[in-house]
Structure formats: structure tokens, C-alpha cells
Design a protein around this ligand. Structure first.
Ligand SMILES: C[S@@+](CC[C@H](N)C(=O)[O-])C[C@H]1O[C@@H](n2cnc3c(N)ncnc32)[C@H](O)[C@@H]1O
Length: 358
């Protein structure tokens, strides 16, 4: 840009005014050591949260000449005439002016892909709670507990994108488009997903779409169903002498059929197998493992609604687990664990199930 020269400033303990702008710009200035004053007519909740945390002072109005008293640098993040007026005011007050070029449409907001865990709200991570507390909008899957949505500010929008066990009310492409559109609107977009975003959650596709749009994205892991289920059962997924590996597989392929896994390798590995999305295709999974040489007596357990009210356990062997699951007519999300470690699973109903259901 003509008439400008890029400089690096030491802002340690330097009074800085941010006119307009968002939490990301504020965080960058705070990280540089600035003593930050923000004047913005309509600050987002994330910016307000920084003020509440005492990290900056915030005035919800237009910039006044008095706001520039003692200010060495004024960062103008307002567009058009409003931005020009503040820049002129700042120059008149002897401050350096940094006009944040109107942020590219794609980069106005930021997104967090957040794992919500298996269902029990107590299994949310602290980082996930923080993300929700600073959300401007939450896009959530169908099985998300409403109590998690209550963690978002009252003013935050909540959008049900209706994804449930591989069935989508909204196509994945439509979810990706919506995410990008929300990030372009600005603010903090939280995409709240069951379990972990990167375990059969299509979080990778959402991350790609957001990155392609130039958004800043943070991924916050969640407790995936296999880990939560094993914990509920008191079943170590790896155990000296019994299992040296854990394999997470999906039983739901592109056409709704079982994907072409290397069944021989899985059967030969002698580890623990966690089968996701297998309630309907379990007969073919068991058949393939038996044909690949896995012993019919291998212990197996299917758990429906692990960590949720209505949790059900169906414990059999590889030879008869599929028939038992079909007979139980499971409706909720169901995970099947197969392997010698399943013999270590507890049988009693977990003590805290009643507490959770209350
Ligand atoms: C689309 S995948 C999503 C997995 C998720 N990203 C995770 O990390 O747990 C859905 C499958 O996860 C498993 N699942 C998720 N939550 C579960 C729960 N509470 N109990 C049992 N299985 C669950 C089931 O196999 C279900 O069909």
C-alpha cells in the first residue's frame, strides 16, 4: 500500500487502542504486551469475556477523542468512513495508526472443532467447556446433551445440524458450507461433535473446508466411544499378555455396507477390536472375522448408549454376538468390542448410571 512501511513495535506495557475488532486481534495485541483499551460499538462475546477476565478495558460505543489520551498506537479495525474518522482522530492525538485492512471475508471469525465425548456431560474436557463459553454460534449433532448447549452464552445461536450415527439431516457438504458461512459472519464458531471429532466424525472434512476458507481453526479432542465404553466396563483395551493393540474400525462403508477391511490382518493381530457404527452390519463383520480365522469363542460385547441413561450391554462370543444384538433391537449408538480383554469386563450395572439418569 502506498505511503506505508511495515514496522515491528515493542508494545510491552504500551497503551494501545483497538477500535472495533475482535478477540483474535485483541489477543494478538495482548500477546505483544500491550495495555489494551478496546472501543467497539458491538463487541462479540469473546471480546467481552476478555474484558471480564480483566485482560483489557472495553467500552461499548463509538471512539471519542478522549479514548486516545496517552495512546501510542491505535489499531483501527473499523471499515469505511468510521475507520477513517478514528484514524484521523488518532493522528491528531499523535498516535501511530495501524489500519487493519478490512479482514478478508474468510478470516473474520474463528472455529473450534470440539469433541463432546460419548454423551455424559461430565466427560467434556475443560478446553471444550471454555470453547462453548465463548461461542457466538454452536453447530451441534443430534445426540448432543442439551446441558452442553447451556454452557454457551445465552445470546449464542444454536444450530442443530442433525447428524446421528452416520445419518444426516443435513448433508456433510451442507454442514461444511454452513460452517464456512458462519466463520465469514465473524465471531467464534463452535462445531460440537459426538465423541472425538477425528474418530469417524468427519472432522477432517470440516477442518479442510474451514482451512480452505482461510479460517483459524482449533481442534479440541473428545473422549471417543471406544475409550468411554471400556472405562464403563472396567475393561482394559490393552492388557499385558492379552492384547497389545487396539483397532478402531467402522462397520459402515460408503454404500452402507461393511468396508473392505483387511480382516486377516485384524484377526491375526490378536488385539482388541472396537467396531463403530456396526449395529446393523454386525452379522457381516462377525462373518468376515470368523472366515479370516478369528476363534468363534473370542469374547465380544456390544454396548448401546454407553455413559447415557438407558445404557445396555450384550455380552456373548464372536460366534453369537450379532444374533444377540439383532434380537435386542438396539436403537441408540452401539459400540462392539471384540477380543480376549472383553473377558475382563464387569457384569454389574454401573453404580453411577442412576445418578446420571437423575
Ligand atoms: C458417527 S460415529 C461417531 C463416533 C465419534 N466421533 C466418537 O469418537 O465416538 C457414531 C458411532 O460411534 C459409536 N458411539 C458413539 N457414542 C456412543 C455411545 N454413547 N455408546 C456406544 N457407542 C457410541 C457408535 O458405534 C456409533 O454408531
Amino acid at each position: 500500500m502506498a505511503g506505508t512501511f511495515t514496522v515491528t513495535l515493542d508494545l510491552t506495557e504500551t497503551p494501545v487502542l483497538l477500535a472495533g475488532g475482535d478477540a483474535e486481534q485483541a489477543e494478538a495485541l495482548l500477546a505483544a504486551g500491550a495495555r489494551l483499551r478496546v472501543v467497539a460499538p458491538a463487541p462479540g462475546p469473546a471480546l467481552a469475556a476478555l474484558a471480564e477476565a480483566g485482560r483489557l478495558t472495553l467500552h461499548r460505543r463509538a471512539v471519542l477523542p478522549a479514548d486516545l489520551d496517552g495512546v501510542r498506537l491505535c489499531v483501527v479495525a473499523l471499515e469505511g468512513a468510521a475507520g477513517e474518522a478514528v484514524a484521523a482522530m488518532a493522528r491528531a492525538a499523535g498516535a501511530l495508526v495501524s489500519a487493519v485492512a478490512a479482514p478478508p471475508r474468510a478470516c473474520r471469525g474463528r472455529a473450534s472443532l470440539v469433541g463432546a465425548g460419548p454423551g455424559d456431560p461430565a466427560l467434556l474436557t475443560v478446553k471444550a467447556v471454555r470453547a462453548l463459553e465463548t461461542a457466538d454460534v454452536v453447530l451441534y449433532d443430534k445426540l448432543i446433551d442439551p446441558r452442553l448447549l447451556d454452557l454457551a452464552p445465552a445470546a449464542a445461536r444454536r444450530i442443530d445440524v442433525g447428524k446421528r450415527c452416520g445419518r444426516h439431516a443435513m448433508s456433510q457438504a451442507a454442514i461444511n458450507r454452513l460452517l464456512v458461512a458462519e466463520v465469514r459472519r465473524g465471531g467464534h464458531v463452535v462445531r460440537l461433535k459426538g465423541g472425538d471429532p477425528f474418530v469417524f466424525g468427519r472432522g477432517g472434512e470440516e477442518l479442510e473446508a474451514l482451512r480452505a476458507a482461510g479460517a483459524a481453526v482449533e481442534v479440541i479432542p473428545g473422549i471417543t466411544a471406544a475409550l468411554a465404553t471400556a472405562a464403563r466396563l472396567g475393561l482394559p483395551l490393552t492388557h499385558r499378555g492379552l492384547s497389545r493393540s487396539l483397532h478402531l474400525i467402522t462397520a459402515h462403508g460408503r454404500e452402507g455396507d461393511v468396508p473392505p477391511h483387511d480382516w486377516r490382518a485384524l484377526a491375526a493381530a490378536g488385539g482388541t477390536l472396537a467396531v463403530y457404527m456396526g449395529a446393523r452390519t454386525l452379522p457381516r463383520v462377525a462373518e468376515a472375522l470368523l472366515a479370516a480365522g478369528m476363534p468363534p469363542a473370542t469374547p465380544a460385547i456390544a454396548v448401546e448408549n454407553a455413559t447415557l441413561p438407558g445404557e445396555r450391554r450384550i455380552r456373548r462370543t464372536l460366534a453369537d454376538i450379532a444374533a444377540a444384538v439383532a434380537e435386542a433391537a438396539v436403537e441408540g449408538p452401539t459400540l462392539t468390542l471384540i477380543g480376549e480383554v472383553v473377558a475382563l469386563a464387569g457384569t454389574e450395572a454401573p453404580a453411577e448410571a442412576a445418578r446420571h439418569a437423575a
